[in-house]
Design a protein around this ligand. Sequence first.
Ligand code: DGY
Length: 325
Amino acid sequence: MARIVVTGRIPSDGLDLLRRHHEVTAWDEDRAITREELLGFVRGADGLVTLLTERVDGELLDAAGEQLRVVANVAVGFNNIDVDACVTRGVTATNTPGVLTEATADTAFTLMLMATRRFGEGERVIRSRTPWQWGMFYLLGMGIQGKVLGIVGAGAIGIAMARRAKAFGMSVLYTGPVPLTPEVEAELGARRVEFGELLRTSDVVSLHCPYLPETHHLMGAHEFELMKPTAYLVNSARGPIVDEAALVAALQAGELAGAGLDVFENEPSVHEGLLDMDNVVLLPHLGSATTETRTAMAVLAADNAIAVLAGRDPVTPVTPVPGRG
Ligand code: DGY
């Protein structure tokens, strides 16, 4: 029996699975564990099951000890993990792709509809008890039918977003290091274009790329200038892909029409400038937040940890990013 440390609360299906194979110590407070607590908590672990709120770096791996063999992140994004530090120490890092694709695409699509149709704004009118009356010109938004969706990063979630968009009558452009197969392009009616063309042409730009050093502030002042003043930005990927201060400035200058954001540059803080903007929809990182999805993520992370500790290949090791080194 190995010792597994779970660094935050996860659904019981995942925890029970781990407990059937190993001795498990799990952080079970509602608040996130502090860094100091974490460094002590992981000591002696053979496996760690981590959340995206924990920074898994050399310091943490060393605090766990030389016996550590696996870090199973309960998220598809693994920008919180220093993969090189894991490789150097012979620790396998895993993530949870696939199981959260549909839930996250649902979130991105919802943000797009909420922003373009001004539904967030409408809801705030009613909740604030502001008097209102139906009118032909009241809170008119932009219809998405016949419009262009630009997908930045056509991985599984980007493709799932494109599928939804096609069903709603949008046409799809995408960028990404690797072209989709001709079959998938045909299914989605999608065309691969240069990033600049995507920004200039799209009515909605939706971000689905991983957060890497090269995608830090991928959307900044220059990119917002390229967008149509009638266009919207949707981000359900990672906050720091967007330069939040530049986004606020661009929205204030009318360089784009609005935004729907599920993730933020300095979570859980949100740039003050966004908070009072009616054309911005803000969600507290709910991308994968369904009971079914979070359960599947916890079970997949547990499967990964159990596989590595049994000397088998993990189900979903973190994979090299296409087009990168
Ligand atoms: C992920 O898995 O990376 C998501 O952000 C969690 O919702």
